[in-house]
Design a protein around this ligand. Structure first.
Ligand code: 5RP
Length: 278
């Protein structure tokens, strides 16, 4: 299903006014982006979402969008795991020819185990589609990503993709970014304190992501992550993204602005709904 509903994501801008951010995909009038706070890691030290049936439904449904001969960006995370699983089934059962470009070492390992043919960015200039998870997505298809720490490679791969299909459970659909998830910022270790002060100046509270006492999480690129809390959420995600993009030492941030083109929202009953940006 491609078209926007009257109140759903991608709804037309009302004449003469700024578009009010709609309650996400509430085409039937029902607000579904109402996560229970307890389920969400808005505290330092909890940066992953639990694996749910909704993730499985969304991940697998998105794999069915891949067509024969496509070069495909392979995102990172537990939802994308199910995409890999389904894609591998299609490669095996339908003889589907694909070349996957993984966004992390973890995904590369899993894709190899699944037998999905891989390619590098040296070999592939553009990708027909990238399928990736998200930590939050709002009604304008803007996202927070980086829960798995793969935000840098994920953004590079998204940037060369004709279509970026985001796979999420309903609990990740939010009205305002930063209300259920901390914003990850990947930093060069040398510059960590400098970037942390800049984030504070922008209204955020940064925390170094740790894997143990005094053991910073290290990304595939040898960098660290600051998970940043913005009280009340991020008021202007586009403006904050610009500030962070200009900050020396911050190699990438988890605000994915104007990158997603489609979203597949899974639910715990095993259903999955595809929405596409107008
Ligand atoms: C990794 C990501 C993931 O896509 C995001 O954290 C969602 O992960 P999951 O599907 O496991 O909830 O951005 O950097």
């Amino acid at each position: 299903m491609g078209g926007p509903g009257p109140t759903g994501i991608g709804a037309p801008r009302p004449a003469g006014g700024r578009r009010r951010r709609p309650p996400a995909w509430a085409a039937d009038g029902r607000w579904i982006g109402s996560p229970r706070a307890a389920d969400h890691p808005l505290v330092p030290g909890r940066w992953r979402h639990p694996v749910t049936n909704a993730k499985r439904a969304a991940g697998r449904r998105a794999a069915d969008l891949v067509e024969d001969g496509m070069a495909v960006g392979l995102g990172t995370g537990s939802t994308v795991f199910f995409t890999l699983e389904r894609l591998a089934e299609r490669v095996r059962d339908e003889g589907l020819h694909v070349r996957g470009v993984p966004t992390s070492i973890d995904t590369e390992t899993k894709a190899r185990e699944f037998g999905i043919p891989l390619a590098t960015l040296e070999e592939v200039e553009r990708l027909a589609v990238t399928i990736d998870g998200a930590d939050e997505i709002d009604g304008d298809y803007q996202m927070i990503k980086g829960g798995g720490g793969a935000l840098l490679r994920e953004k590079v791969v998204a940037s060369i993709s004709d279509r970026v299909v985001t796979v999420v459970g309903r609990d990740k659909v939010v009205e305002r970014l930063g209300t259920t998830f901390l914003l990850p910022v990947e930093v060069v270790p040398f510059a960590r304190a400098v970037v942390a002060r800049a984030i504070e100046a922008a209204g955020g509270a940064p925390n170094v992501r740790l894997t143990g006492p005094d053991a910073p999480f290290v990304t595939d690129n040898g960098n660290q992550i600051l998970d940043c809390k913005f009280e009340g959420g991020i008021a202007d995600a586009r403006a904050l993204a610009e500030v962070l993009s200009r900050q020396p030492g911050a190699v990438e941030h988890g605000l994915f602005i104007d990158l997603a083109t489609d979203v597949v929202v899974g639910d715990d009953a095993g259903g999955a709904e595809l929405r596409s940006k107008a």
